[in-house]
Design a protein. Structure first.
Length: 136
C-alpha cells in the first residue's frame, strides 16, 4: 500500500514539472485580451493568471499582452490570435524554445542573389514592353 502511494506521489510531481515547463504568467494586459477556456469559449485574461504554451489567446485592436516566463518578458501585440507559443515569438512565424538556436533567415539566400523578386518598378518596366503607344 505504501509503495503504491509513493508511486502515485512521484507520478503527480512529475506531471507538475512537465506542465510547469511551458507556463507563462500574465504580467500586464492592455485592451481586450481573451483566451480559449474551452473549445469555442473565450474568456478575458487577468493579470497574474498562468497560461500554458498551448493556450489560444486573442488580442484585440490596440491591445497588448505581456507574459513572463523564466524571468523574461514577452509581448504579444494587437490583432494576434494563436497559441501563446506561436504568437509570443513573432506573430506566428515560428517557435523558439529555451536553449534553441535560430537557423536561417527568410531574407537571406544561399547564393546571396535577389533575382526573381517582383517589385513595383520591375512590373512597371515589364508593362511598358507590352503596350503600343500611339504617339501623334
Amino acid at each position: 500500500m505504501k509503495r503504491g502511494m509513493a508511486l502515485v506521489l512521484v507520478a503527480l510531481l512529475s506531471a507538475c514539472f512537465v506542465f510547469a515547463e511551458g507556463s507563462y504568467v500574465v504580467k500586464s494586459v492592455k485592451g481586450k485580451v481573451q483566451y480559449e477556456a474551452a473549445p469555442g469559449k473565450m474568456q478575458d485574461v487577468k493579470v497574474g493568471q498562468t497560461l500554458s504554451s498551448s493556450t489560444v489567446v486573442d488580442t484585440g485592436l490596440n491591445s497588448i499582452l505581456v507574459l513572463t516566463i523564466d524571468g523574461k518578458d514577452l509581448t504579444i501585440k494587437a490583432k494576434q490570435k494563436g497559441t501563446v507559443e506561436k504568437v509570443a515569438v513573432g506573430g506566428g512565424s515560428g517557435t523558439l524554445k529555451k536553449g534553441g538556436t535560430v537557423a536561417g533567415n527568410a531574407s537571406s539566400s544561399s547564393s546571396g542573389s535577389k533575382s526573381g523578386v517582383n517589385t513595383a518598378s520591375s512590373r512597371a518596366s515589364e508593362a511598358k514592353e507590352d503596350v503600343d503607344w500611339d504617339e501623334e
